[in-house]
Design a protein around this ligand. Structure first.
Ligand SMILES: Nc1ncnc2c1ncn2[C@@H]1O[C@H](COP(=O)(O)OP(=O)(O)OP(=O)(O)O)[C@@H](O)[C@H]1O
Length: 883
């Protein structure tokens, strides 16, 4: 629309209408955000913002008079009740939104309606229920830096969680960010407009942000240019991150005088990051202040470290192939009954423990729940009736909870009586935590239930919230209101009799209030004292002084009644807010119990066993299974396999296993299942195995077939080498290293040489427990050279014209891959298969690749079947099915 003014920068402000002048003033305070300005029943955007939301939300771009000398200003709007839905779409696209609301009704206003920014919604500060995923945290993070050290603070304002840590390298910071997946990250950089919001997604689609669009991440000042591209970053003024200011903010927010109790007193960077978050919350949460829990400090070394590569390869929360939740470990284990439990399970899986006592406490609880079927069943039934108290607490504290929220709290607290009864005889600590519910919470539950009606409306300003008998004044006003209804009925009856018009009715509408309605045909009969107010096609509407007088009283009484109900409700909500702390403790206990019930349920369904947790390097799994693949195969189809690694006292168990076997035989699955079982044990879960004794790992490393990393322009082989280097530089004696085919993406000789030396380094230098799956059968020689290396193979059975995958892992090395057979199964043309077979035979007869590596140091200390195959015999050719 050519005639619309779309830019606010070049106009003569004095010529604008007073309201538009106010809009510009507001917008200037939030230049980084799309401003939604309340006008009656709509939130409107003007100028550039109007164009933006019209484009992004597919709305009609219209115009509004901006003043005589200005003309029509671009405008686009959304109905006020649809704010959440549209705001959600904008936040998803990476925009921040400043909500400028009306603080008084147009009728009340003297002059211009008072409007204020009540809230700035950004990806990390979303609290609206409809905008949050029930099963996932929505984290807002902030970081601070000094040299190689980094502070990280992270909060989920919908639950009040607030965690901080300090890290000693950018890599650790990035790994933590990748684990937490914050929706928004605050970085302390002073750019010309410090409030400017930049989200990676917003940059792509917005012209509004041209000022910052040039500030691509790579042009952000060091050291922040190293941060991953996939997040939404918001630059903030450095002053909020200054140590003194940050400390003061923490003192003020949490009403403390020292940071000792939070455990971060000696972590200046963590404090600075926390200060950055608090300052941001102050500036975005205007009228709605979500109460935070106290700060909880953690160290990454307290937990089993899983880097992003390992989380991805083990498919903990999503699959590698298509990134879906379905077929991930979380999918296989999540039988939780509440959103709190589901979020906790995700956190537990991404941050397994190292503390044996804490692990055993979880295992004890699962043991009890697994053994006592009716306890588990009953507890799960009760949990499924409990609402998301964690998030409800935050809404109560922020003063945004409505009647339905309080009823949900009341019902949940009522259910707690059943929960306590169900666990009354339990012995494990996580269930004992639910045995007694603080009496003040039970009282609160009863009070909420006794005060509020069963199904209150969504809005708390419309009355109909409070039960009869709660407040004498309210009861009296309600009686009055009933009397008024009766009076109206008797007035109607009286007027019918007086006029003799049977169809006469008393009606009401917002514009005219109460009126007497008579059909046009009968209007001649209207008495002289009737005052005509409105003429419609079929009826005439009248008022009388008596009706008007009564109307004033009815409407005033109605307003007063609603106000009284509102006041009583707010009082009740404040009362509930005083119990947030015990409610949060309860919510945490419920979440843990829910996770443990879920793990127990899975353990019983799939016949898992309790792992024995040790402080040494034992990794012993008897007949283990892959928890996800097992669930996706028909019962009994999965072939269990064992592994015994890293037992130090006698050298019966190796540190490193060279795993060979044909393509498709199950090497990758085996590798992953070992990693998953170790991870599950440290989460405190039962494991899919007949028996398992597992020492605590400090880290699990995995390297599984890489793909080209087009985003960073790295080749498959480069990615593979990067990942391998990372493992060799960080793995320690207590780590578990799972390598699937190293050295594939280069020439056979280079690849094999690298694979050999990597395996040798792992076994000799690092002595980590490791499984090395490979098609380089020459690596079987290592077992004859190094005492802590053994060969294992996944077996197949050769039939006359096919091979059968047995998926069984046995000691000894394989010397064939049956790659050509797999090619045939995949449908390679027969000519190609036959030719490949000829070439293979030729190579097998003439190649001496491994002879140089076999230096004759054959170990005699190991069982025969763990040594390399006898290479003195002529190499076998592929199966006779090819001949
Ligand atoms: N223990 C098992 N029991 C039953 N089926 C299995 C088992 N292990 C693997 N499989 C099946 O075999 C398929 C191939 O397994 P996997 O990908 O682990 O083979 P691989 O040996 O790593 O193959 P390649 O060397 O070609 O990469 C799996 O998709 C799974 O369906």
């Amino acid at each position: 629309m050519a005639d619309l003014v779309v830019s606010s920068t070049q106009i003569n402000r004095a010529a604008l209408t007073p309201m538009m002048q106010h809009y510009i003033e507001m917008k200037e305070q939030y230049p980084h955000a799309v401003m939604l300005y309340r006008l009656g029943d709509f939130f409107e955007a003007f100028f550039e913002d109007a164009e933006l939301i019209a484009r992004e939300l597919e709305l009609v771009l219209t115009g509004r008079d901006g003043g005589k000398a200005i003309g029509r200003i671009a405008m686009a709007g959304i109905p006020h009740h649809a704010l959440d839905r549209y705001a959600n779409q904008l936040v998803e696209k990476g925009y921040a939104i400043a909500v400028c609301d009306q603080m008084e009704s147009a009728a009340e206003a003297q002059g211009l309606v008072r409007r204020e920014v009540t809230r700035v919604i950004t990806p990390g500060t979303v609290i609206e229920e409809g905008m949050l995923a029930a099963k996932q945290n929505n984290f807002l993070a902030a970081i601070a830096n000094s040299g190689d050290n980094w502070g990280l603070a992270c909060t989920d304002i919908s639950t009040g969680e607030f965690i901080v840590t300090q890290l000693t390298s950018a890599e650790h910071l990035i790994q933590e960010l990748l684990r937490l997946q914050p929706a928004e990250i605050l970085i302390p950089i002073d750019i010309p407009n410090p409030q400017m919001f930049r989200g990676s997604k917003a940059e792509k689609s917005s012209t509004l942000w041209e000022g910052i669009a040039s500030q691509k991440k790579s042009s952000l000042p060091a050291p922040y240019d190293r941060l991953p591209d996939s997040f939404c970053y918001t630059p903030r003024s450095q002053s909020a991150f200054a140590l003194a200011e940050a400390k003061q903010r923490i003192f003020d927010t949490f009403r403390v005088k020292s940071l000792e109790g939070f455990g971060c007193a000696a972590l200046p960077l963590a404090i600075r990051a926390a200060g950055g978050i608090l300052e941001y919350l102050e500036s975005t949460q205007k009228s709605v202040k979500m109460p935070l829990q106290g700060i909880s400090t953690y160290a990454i070394a307290d937990y089993l470290i899983l880097d992003s590569q390992t989380r991805r390869n083990l498919e903990i929360t999503q699959t590698v192939r298509d990134g879906t939740f379905y077929s991930s470990l979380l999918w296989a284990l999540d039988k939780t009954s509440t959103g709190m439990g589901s979020r906790a399970l995700r956190r537990w899986l991404l941050q397994p423990l190292k503390d044996i006592t804490a692990i055993n406490e979880r295992l004890d609880t699962i043991s009890e729940l697994a053994k006592k079927h009716s306890l588990r069943k009953e507890l799960r039934r009760c949990l499924s009736q409990i609402y998301d108290i964690e998030r409800l607490c935050s809404r109560i504290g922020a003063g945004t909870a409505n009647g339905r929220d309080l009823i949900a709290v009341a019902m949940s607290l009522e259910r707690m009586r059943d929960v306590s009864d169900v666990v009354v005889e339990s012995r494990s600590s996580h269930l004992q935590a639910l045995q007694s519910v603080p009496s003040e919470l039970l009282q609160l539950g009863s009070q909420l239930q006794n005060t509020l009606i069963e199904e209150p409306p969504i809005y708390i300003t419309e009355g109909n919230l409070i039960r009869n008998g709660v407040n004498a004044q309210l009861d009296q006003m309600r009686q009055q209101s009933r009397d008024d209804v009766e009076w109206l009925a008797s007035f109607e009856k009286q007027e019918k009799e007086r006029t003799g018009i049977n169809t006469l009715k008393v009606g009401f509408n917002k514009a005219f209030g109460y009126y007497i309605s008579i059909s046009r045909g009968k209007s001649e009969q209207a008495p002289a004292d009737y005052i005509r107010k409105q003429t419609l096609t079929n009826e005439e509407r009248y008022i009388t002084p008596e009706l008007k007088e009564r109307e004033t009283r009815i409407l005033n009484a109605d307003q007063e009644l609603k106000q009284l109900e509102y006041d009583l409700f707010v009082e009740l909500r404040s009362l509930a807010a005083k119990q947030i702390e015990p409610m949060r403790i309860l919510a945490n206990a419920l979440a843990a119990a829910d996770v443990l019930c879920s793990l127990a349920e899975v353990a019983v369904t799939y016949n898992y066993s309790r792992p024995e947790i040790k402080g040494d390097r034992t990794l012993s799994i008897t007949n283990g299974r892959h928890p996800v693949v097992e669930q996706s195969l028909p019962a009994g189809f999965f072939v269990p396999n064992s592994v015994h690694l890293g037992y130090e006292d006698d050298r019966q168990n190796p540190d490193l296993i060279v795993l060979t076997g044909p393509n498709m035989s199950g090497k990758s699955i085996y590798l992953r299942q070992v990693g998953l079982i170790q991870l599950m044990a440290q989460v405190g879960s039962f494991v899919p195995a007949e028996a398992a004794t597992l020492g605590i790992c400090d880290r699990i490393f995995t390297r599984v077939g890489a793909v080209d990393d087009l985003a960073t322009g790295q080749s498959t082989f480069m990615v593979e080498m990067n990942e391998t280097a990372n493992i060799l530089n960080h793995a320690k004696v207590n780590s578990l290293v799972l390598l699937d085919e190293i050295g594939r993406g280069t020439s056979t000789f280079d690849g094999m040489a690298i694979a050999w030396s990597v395996a040798e380094y792992l076994a000799q230098q690092i002595k980590a427990r490791a499984i090395f799956a490979t098609h380089y059968h020459e690596l079987n020689e290592l077992a004859s050279l190094l005492p802590n290396v053994a060969n294992f193979q996944v077996t197949v059975k050769e039939m006359e014209d096919e091979i059968i995958f047995l998926h069984q892992v046995q000691s000894g090395g394989a010397d064939r891959s049956y790659g050509i057979e797999v090619g045939r199964l995949a449908g390679l043309p027969t000519t190609v298969i036959n030719r490949a077979k000829q070439v293979l035979e030729h190579i097998a007869r003439n190649s001496h690749i491994a002879t140089g590596l076999r230096s004759g140091n054959d170990s005699t200390t190991k069982p025969k079947d763990q040594r390399s195959p006898d290479k003195s015999k002529p190499p076998k050719t592929q199966m006779n099915i090819f001949e």
